[in-house]
Design a protein around this ligand. Structure first.
Ligand SMILES: NC(=O)c1ccc[n+]([C@@H]2O[C@H](COP(=O)([O-])OP(=O)(O)OC[C@H]3O[C@@H](n4cnc5c(N)ncnc54)[C@H](OP(=O)(O)O)[C@@H]3O)[C@@H](O)[C@H]2O)c1
Length: 242
């Protein structure tokens, strides 16, 4: 048995993959939960826009965490999508529904499943959810993404307050990583302005080399585990205090 157990959704790409590569614990079992997986980590194949996958993952959490006698269990929920970028009422209804399921519903259902499993171990437990500046700022063309990230912040804030009342067994945090050089940013830059009017600003940041390096961001996220942050906090890594 490893001393640390780490579950990362979206560990196949971008920030999730960078998190898997920079895990700061020596003795660790890492699971990537995504559709594609990566060559380097144990992969649980799941389409998290499909609600049936949530039950499967919930059962996997229980199976792995029940009676776990290591030091630490961490769940980082990174999986997210911008697709379909475009105004509400003008994009594919089925793609919009998948976006809502992945960005708004999956974090809550998987967060609930993880906290249920976390009751079953004495190890210290951490739940981190990737949020965004889009949680508090409207970007035309990203309505369901913005709503999903706002939901993440509110879920984390409430579940964190509940954990305080239950003796802080699991610490729950939401993290906005800033503008990070991943496939998601490439997708933004490739979107026409009539579907995403603020695209010019993102192209300009890219051209000026202002995108953040995923592994630097990942190390900053791991460092949050050692910080004395209130349970349920929303941390924006771009803020000087972060
Ligand atoms: N990059 C940024 O500037 C930025 C800024 C703010 C917040 N964020 C947040 O950071 C997180 C990671 O984004 P990223 O930039 O690293 O994007 P990315 O490179 O596009 O990675 C997205 C990850 O989500 C997974 N994913 C997408 N749809 C999925 C599905 N239906 N089922 C399971 N997994 C799915 C993908 O895995 P598969 O395709 O293999 O399934 C992939 O590993 C997201 O929550 C995003 O909202 C990113």
């Amino acid at each position: 048995m490893s001393r640390n157990l780490v579950f990362i959704t979206g560990g196949s790409s971008g920030i999730g993959l960078a998190l898997a590569r920079t895990v700061p614990f020596d003795d660790v079992q890492i699971y990537d939960i995504s559709r594609r997986g990566s060559d380097d980590f144990d992969h649980i194949a799941a389409d998290l826009a499909n609600p049936e996958s949530w039950d499967v993952l919930g059962e996997f959490f229980v199976q792995q965490i029940q009676g776990y006698a290591g030091e630490r269990v961490v769940f980082v929920h990174c999986a997210g999508t911008l697709d379909p970028i475009g105004f509400a009422g003008e994009v594919s209804a089925s793609a919009y529904k998948r976006n809502v399921l992945l960005n708004s519903a999956a974090p809550q259902v998987l967060g609930d499943a993880f906290l249920d499993a976390a009751h079953r171990t004495r190890a210290q437990c951490h739940l981190l959810m990737l949020s965004s500046g889009a949680a508090t700022h409207a970007y035309e063309g990203w309505s369901s993404y913005c709503a999903g990230k706002a939901a993440v912040n509110q879920w984390v804030s409430t579940a964190g307050a509940e954990q305080v009342l239950r003796g802080n067994h699991c610490r729950v945090l939401a993290v906005a990583p800033g503008i990070v050089a991943t496939a998601m940013q490439a997708e933004i830059r490739n979107t026409p302005a009539d579907r995403f009017p603020q695209v010019a600003r993102f192209k300009e940041m890219y051209e000026h080399g202002q995108l953040r390096d995923p592994e630097t961001v990942a190390r900053e996220i791991w460092a949050l585990l050692d910080r004395d942050l209130p349970n349920g906090a929303f941390v924006d890594l771009r803020e000087p205090t972060a």
